[in-house]
Write a protein that binds this ligand. Structure first.
Ligand SMILES: Cc1cc2nc3c(=O)[nH]c(=O)nc-3n(C[C@H](O)[C@H](O)[C@H](O)COP(=O)(O)OP(=O)(O)OC[C@H]3O[C@@H](n4cnc5c(N)ncnc54)[C@H](O)[C@@H]3O)c2cc1C
Length: 135
């Protein structure tokens, strides 16, 4: 139902030409007061980086490893803090510099992104009309 609503919102646009991307580059901490955040909640990246899901899996491995090595509830906060200490620099190295990757990918995939939708639509329509007139 939620997905249908999103599709309807897109279709309501007269010219659906673009969408917004948001990164969450700087999270002051991933662990506080017995709560630990991971994945996109902690470090959302641009989809173009192709790294968000991998970072989530890394988070899960590390957090699981830490939680698996504590022996009492009193050690949970130390596990969360250790997660914060090792994972934030990792994200800051991989995820917080999308400009570098975007620049490189922008050049590599220029042939993919170079489409002008409006003339392309006109070309398709023109082609269809030509085909119809020859039937
Ligand atoms: C268009 C696009 C392309 C991408 N391409 C890639 C790619 O090629 N490679 C890559 O590695 N990454 C990619 N990513 C990023 C990747 O999808 C995310 O980094 C990853 O899914 C984050 O996982 P997550 O578990 O942290 O969050 P999510 O996958 O967002 O999971 C959060 C879950 O929590 C649920 N939820 C939210 N609020 C509540 C609530 N109150 N109660 C219960 N449940 C709730 C949501 O419904 C959702 O199922 C892409 C992302 C986008 C948007």
């Amino acid at each position: 139902m939620v997905e249908l609503t999103r599709v309807q919102l897109i279709l309501d646009q007269e010219e659906p030409m673009g969408y917004a991307e948001w990164e969450h580059k700087c999270t002051p901490t991933y662990a506080s007061n017995g709560v630990c955040i991971m994945g996109d909640a902690a470090h959302a990246t641009s989809p173009l980086q192709g790294a968000g899901a991998g970072m989530v899996i890394e988070d899960a491995f590390i957090l699981g490893h830490l939680i698996g090595n504590i022996s009492s509830r009193g050690e949970i906060n130390a596990a969360f803090r250790a997660f914060d200490v090792v994972r934030r620099p990792r994200y800051e190295a991989v995820g917080a510099n999308p400009e570098k990757l975007n620049e490189a990918l922008g050049r590599t995939f220029a042939h993919v992104t170079a489409l002008e939708l409006k003339p392309h639509k006109e070309e398709a329509l023109e082609t269809m009309r030509t085909l119809l007139s020859s039937m």
